[in-house]
Structures are given as structure tokens and as C-alpha cells.
Design a protein around this ligand. Structure first.
Ligand SMILES: Cc1ncc(COP(=O)(O)O)c(C=O)c1O
Length: 474
């Protein structure tokens, strides 16, 4: 009998396809209409952090340099009041085989795929993760297919996305390049079903465990060099895995008081799934188009329960502007001799502004860099933006309107931190859960789950649920 390959039929077989493609039965973690057992799901990853370190060492992933940015720090001091100006360190994750921290995430997924006997791996991503999976699959001798949202309906691709596709292909992956729209998930499921390959999801517990080594290295290296844990670690934030994995690693290593801060590029007003807006952004990750929706509803991912749950770990969240990140990209290259890609420079931008307000004895770690080149470079992004009618000028970045202008700062003092109200995000997570799952009555178990999910008090969650019109059965 031939399989029904219609959209409805494939989507209808989603759970069955996922179960086969990951070897994880998510049903076992479900606790109620709303709650699931996140801690047990993470504990069930058979490989401990120590073992992950060994696995990553085998494939030359991790143990990246931690660099004190001496010239940039001198600039911070110059623009800070007496006694202020914290030290910024950066973890040079571009030194990983495919050029980003995503190698840590991919290494464990691909290792598991091999161990479980799969012949290949599939991933749906337009980002660096595709390259990381391709690189790890090449090392372990597995086939790799990357499903990528690449073009708008005119067939035009953003330079950074085209660069990432080039990289995946260079590393031996087969890339299925799609136009923006809902077919991504359908294609992904169809490929998993047809090939029987492993789902190297960004959001599986293996992926997040793989990132934990980054947090451990930061804690141990800063302690060994400076005799204390860093006051703050900043993570560029999109789908939430980067922040979640790093924070879990920091805690596992003992850095329990280190503040974990998420940073995204402000792309408010641009719609990620819109054909019209798809090519109006100069950043393809680490922006609010992913950061806000994934923070307030992590399970929008390609697995039933995402292991990336940023609100459990985030102490603060800040936005920076596109023009500011371009400025900081140049500053890193010209002051430190480090030409690096956009994502790491997003949290570096926030670090620069934050360091000016912190004590000069404080340590602040930017937890990644990524490789750059070709389409990732500010020149290609700015030329592409100008061709799309976006106004480029030097001025106050506060004036920048995503999709309409990019404002390059006049000087270092123009770089600002824009805090996101975490309590609003927490309320919005609660609202999303209740509305998306159409929940009318909530039990104590659900309420305790939401307290953990949002790191909030009983009263906070209770009030938020009441405001959503839920009946509390306590
Ligand atoms: C280099 C780099 N840094 C940071 C991020 C953000 O990670 P996450 O989506 O886990 O928040 C990405 C994601 O695409 C990335 O490629």
C-alpha cells in the first residue's frame, strides 16, 4: 500500500514519525494537561557532562580559548565613571570545527544517532546548526540532510542564509532549500519518514546536554584564572538552547550566583513567517523574532517538549539594535584583531554597555563568537539592506526602525541596553499555555509546574491564571 503523502496525512502521523526518529517517548514525561517532568527528561540523557566532554574531545569540539578583550576593555574604562568598567572576556567558539557553539549541540545528537544505529541525520534549520550537524555527521560517517528556509517567493536569499547553505553543502550535507512558509515542517517530517534517519533536533535533551559543557568550561576557566566565578554571563538568545545549556552547565559546575543574561537584536514589527519581511532583516538569528516567541512558548519546536526552556534560567533579557551590533563587529575586529560573525557580537554589544555600569572588579563573559565571512559580513548585509530600500545612516540607534532603517552609532556612548520586562514574558507564557491548550480549569500540579517554568511565586502564577479566566481547583 502506498503512503498518503498529503499535508494533512503527514502532519497526522507527526507523533509516530517523531518517536521513530528520536528514540524518545515523550509521553512518559507528561504529568497533566499542562505539566511535564522536565528534570527527569534531562536526567534520562544517558550521558553525563563528563562523558559529553570526552565525546566532544574525540571530535575536536569545545575547549575553546577564553579571551580577555584588553583593548576593548580599555575603551570601556575610558567611557566609565571612576571605579566602574567591568572586565569582558569572550569564549572563542568560532574555533569549533564548523565555526560556532552549535558544534557542541550537534556533537551529542550525532553521537546518539550513530550509537542508536541510524544511518543518517536530518535537521530543519536555516542556521549554523545545519553546518554543525553536517560537520559532525561527516566525522562519524553518517549521511546528513538539512532542510532550510532559504528564499522569499521571488527566489531571493538573504546573504547570511546563502552562506550557511554553502557551508552545509561544503561539509557534505544534502540541502533542501525552501521558500519561507509552512512547508518547512511538512518537508522535514516527510524526509524523516522516507529516510528513517535520526531527528537531530535543536531542541532535544541531547542537544541541550551538549551545550552544558560550554557553561562548565566558562565556570572552571574563570575560577582558575581569576579565583572567582563571573558575575555575569551573556548569551545571544533566539530559540533558547544557547542560554539554557550554558546556564545549566554553569550551575552544574558550581557557579550558582552568576547572573545569566539573554540578549537579542531588536526586530520588533518584522514578521518572521512573512514573505515580505523575510529579507528585511540583517540578522538571521539571535533576534526578537525567535527570542520572544520561543521564550513565551518553548514547545513551538520540532519535538513535543523542548529541552530549551529559557525562562527557567534567565536572570535578565536585553535588546540591542542592528546598527549597534554592526558597530561592535567592527570594534572587535579593529581593536582585538578578531573578525567574528554576527551572533556572538550581539551579546558582546550588550556586554559593552553593561560593563560601563558594573564595578571594575567584576567579570562579564560573552559566551560565544561565531565564524564570519562572505554573507555574514556587515558589508554584504548592509549592501543587501540598501538594495531593499532600507535607510542606512549614522546617528542615534534609538531611531532605528526594523525593516525601515539601520542606524550606526556615532560613538561608543550611543550603545544602550534596553531591558525586556521579564514579568510580562512570564505572564505571556502562562497565557500561551492556557490559550493554546484551551485550558479552563487548573490544578495544583499545573500551578506548581508554571511556578518552575517561570521561576515565579505561587501568588504570581495564581493571579496570572485568574486573569486568564481559569478556574483554580486547588
Ligand atoms: C552562532 C549562534 N549563536 C547563538 C544562537 C542562538 O541560539 P538559540 O537559538 O539556542 O537561542 C544561534 C542560533 O541560531 C547561533 O547560530
Amino acid at each position: 500500500m502506498t503512503r498518503d503523502l498529503s499535508y494533512e496525512a503527514v502532519m497526522g502521523r507527526k507523533n509516530e514519525i517523531m518517536k521513530k526518529a528520536l528514540g524518545v517517548d515523550y509521553d512518559q514525561y507528561e504529568l497533566s494537561q499542562l505539566a511535564f517532568d522536565y528534570d527527569t527528561m534531562m536526567e534520562d540523557v544517558e550521558v553525563s557532562i563528563k562523558e559529553v566532554q570526552r565525546i566532544q574531545e574525540e571530535v575536536s569540539v569545545g575547549r575553546t580559548p577564553l579571551i580577555e578583550l584588553k583593548n576593548l576593555n580599555a575603551l570601556v574604562k575610558k567611557f566609565s565613571e571612576e571605579g566602574k568598567g567591568a572586565k569582558i572576556l569572550i569564549k572563542d567558539e568560532a574555533c569549533n570545527p564548523s565555526g560556532s557553539y552549535k558544534d557542541r549541540r550537534a556533537s551529542l545528537s550525532v553521537y546518539m544517532a550513530k550509537k542508536l544505529g541510524y544511518k543518517g541525520v536530518v535537521t530543519a534549520t536555516s542556521g549554523n546548526y545545519g553546518a554543525a550537524v553536517a560537520s559532525q555527521a561527516a566525522k562519524l560517517g553518517l549521511k546528513c540532510i538539512v532542510v532550510q528556509e532559504c528564499y522569499d517567493s521571488q527566489g531571493i536569499g538573504q546573504p547570511e542564509i546563502l552562506e550557511k547553505r554553502r557551508k552545509c553543502e561544503a561539509l557534505g550535507a544534502e540541502v533542501l532549500s525552501l521558500t519561507v512558509g509552512p512547508e518547512l515542517f511538512y518537508t522535514f517530517l516527510s524526509v524523516l519518514e522516507e529516510t528513517g534517519y535520526f531527528n537531530a533536533s535543536l531542541y532535544s535533551s541531547f542537544g541541550i546536554r551538549g551545550i552544558e559543557t560550554l557553561g562548565v568550561e566558562i565556570a572552571e576557566e574563570v575560577m582558575a584564572r581569576y579565583g572567582k566565578y563571573p558575575e555575569v554571563v551573556l548569551a545571544t538568545h533566539a530559540g533558547g538552547g544557547n542560554l539554557t545549556g550554558t546556564a545549566r552547565g554553569l550551575k552544574a559546575a558550581g557557579a550558582k550566583d552568576t547572573q545569566v543574561v539573554g540578549v537579542s537584536v531588536d526586530l520588533k514589527g518584522l514578521h518572521m513567517a512573512s514573505d515580505k519581511d523575510f529579507n528585511k532583516k540583517s540578522f538571521t538569528t539571535g533576534h526578537t523574532g525567535f527570542g520572544i516567541p520561543f521564550t513565551t512558548f518553548p514547545d513551538r519546536s520540532d519535538v513535543p517538549r523542548s529541552a530549551a526552556r529559557p525562562l527557567r534560567y534567565m536572570d535578565a533579557y536585553y535588546l540591542v539594535k542592528q546598527g549597534e551590533v554592526f558597530y561592535m563587529t567592527e570594534a572587535l575586529a579593529q581593536l582585538e584583531g578578531l573578525e567574528r560573525g554576527p551572533a556572538g557580537n550581539t551579546s558582546l554589544t550588550a556586554a559593552f554597555a553593561m560593563a560601563r555600569e558594573m564595578k571594575d572588579t567584576d567579570i562579564l563573559v560573552v559566551q560565544e563568537t561565531e565564524y564570519t565571512g562572505a554573507g555574514k559580513h556587515p558589508q554584504s548585509q548592509l549592501s543587501f539592506a540598501r538594495e531593499r530600500g532600507i535607510d542606512l545612516y549614522v546617528g542615534d540607534p534609538e531611531e532605528e526602525v526594523p525593516g525601515k532603517s539601520i542606524v550606526l552609532p556615532r560613538g561608543p556612548l550611543d550603545i544602550k541596553l534596553r531591558p525586556v520586562d521579564l514579568s510580562k514574558l512570564k505572564k505571556s507564557l502562562i497565557r500561551n499555555y492556557v490559550t493554546m491548550k484551551d485550558i479552563k480549569r487548573v490544578t495544583e500540579l499545573d500551578l506548581f509546574y508554571l511556578m518552575e517554568e517561570t521561576r515565579s511565586s505561587y501568588e504570581f502564577v495564581k493571579l496570572a491564571l485568574q486573569l486568564e479566566g481559569c478556574e483554580l481547583v486547588l
